[in-house]
Design a protein around this ligand. Structure first.
Ligand SMILES: Nc1ncnc2c1ncn2[C@@H]1O[C@H](COP(=O)(O)OP(=O)(O)OP(=O)(O)O)[C@@H](O)[C@H]1O
Ligand SMILES: [Mg+2]
Length: 307
């Protein structure tokens, strides 16, 4: 069952169409990644979902909400650039967020303590936020997003600004959280999406360029790839350059690597025969010929490229 359903969502800023008739749904309990390059419209979409920005057109519905109920009661949100008061302690900040959500004093204190433990800040909760690392601030931001037990957690680039240690901390935490609640997070880092999500939504230039379950998308877009490496001698280089220019039938795309090429092909057997014959005829010094399949990155580049 879909928890969130978005239909023809559109946002026009003066002169610019940032989000253009985007439609998708996120199933209850699923983890969905909103992917897209800089400027694709991810943050604008998320800000409309969270009620911070009024859509120009389109609808946003949460399954099970009463008519007139405020969507924000069900949504926990971590912005792309969260801001904190450095002079507050982590605990004070969470209590403040909890009180703003309408929790009683007692509930706010209890829930804050519980969440600080949950995000690994139990000991740091009494310290001032100004002294926190980037990863700690982001985990505090996640605790803030969870304070009112939201049904849907929306995170805008939760790990993009972090160093590798902070990234790993937050990715691990997200891996745990996604089994507890429905999550929608944006990123432009494909391996992050692959590590965490069940579904992906690819945005490009304000439009939804591809979407569906990760497994389904992988299956539908799986194409064979031949990876070829040579010794990089003058003869091999000349052959490669000429070959890449006159790509024969059956080869969909070819990209040069430092001493070889990556070839996306339609018929693996036919392509392999062609390549092997040419390599032998031209006496090319091959060091590797490997068969693989297209990755999510190929799909992303294709979807973004054709948008
Ligand atoms: N308040 C605004 N006024 C005018 N244009 C805006 C505004 N906010 C965003 N835009 C434009 O809308 C487009 C989408 O921006 P958005 O921030 O949603 O992209 P994004 O996918 O989140 O990018 P990033 O990966 O850089 O965070 C961009 O062209 C941006 O310049
Ligand atoms: Mg953004």
């Amino acid at each position: 069952m879909a928890l969130l359903t978005v239909d023809r969502l559109t946002k026009r800023f003066e002169g610019a169409l940032a989000v253009d008739e985007v439609g998708f749904s996120v199933g209850e309990g699923r983890c969905a990644a909103l992917l897209g390059p800089n400027g694709a419209g991810k943050t604008t979409t998320i800000r409309m979902l969270t009620g911070l920005l009024a859509p120009t057109a389109g609808t946003i519905a949460l399954e099970g909400m009463k008519p007139g109920q405020d969507r924000r009661e069900w949504i926990g949100y971590l912005p792309q650039h969260p801001a904190f008061y450095g002079w507050m302690s982590g605990h004070e900040f969470l209590v403040c967020a909890a009180r703003l959500c309408g929790l009683s004093k007692k509930e706010a204190a209890e829930r804050s303590g519980e969440l600080l433990e949950r995000v690994g800040l139990g000991a740091a909760g009494k310290r001032r936020i100004a002294g926190y690392s980037g990863g700690m601030k982001q985990r505090l931001g996640l605790a803030q997003a969870l304070i009112h037990r939201p049904k849907l957690l929306i995170l805008d680039e939760p790990v993009s600004a972090l160093d590798p240690i902070g990234r790993r901390e937050v990715m691990t935490l997200l891996g745990e959280l996604k089994s507890e609640t429905t999550v929608l997070f944006s990123t432009h880092v494909l391996p992050d999406a692959e590590e965490l999500c069940d579904d992906i939504l690819v945005m490009a230039a304000g439009r939804l360029a591809a979407g569906g379950s990760l497994a389904g998308i992988r299956e539908r877009n799986r194409q064979p790839v031949l990876s070829l490496e040579t010794e990089g001698d003058a003869r091999s280089r000349a052959w490669l350059a000429a070959w890449l220019k006159r790509l024969p039938d059956g080869f969909e795309t070819a990209s040069a690597t430092s001493t070889g090429a990556r070839l996306v092909v339609r018929d693996l057997e036919a392509a392999r025969r062609t390549v092997l014959r040419e390599l032998a005829d031209e006496n090319v010094r091959v060091t590797k010929l490997e068969v693989g399949y297209t990755t999510l990155e190929d799909l992303f580049l294709k979807a973004v490229g054709s948008a």
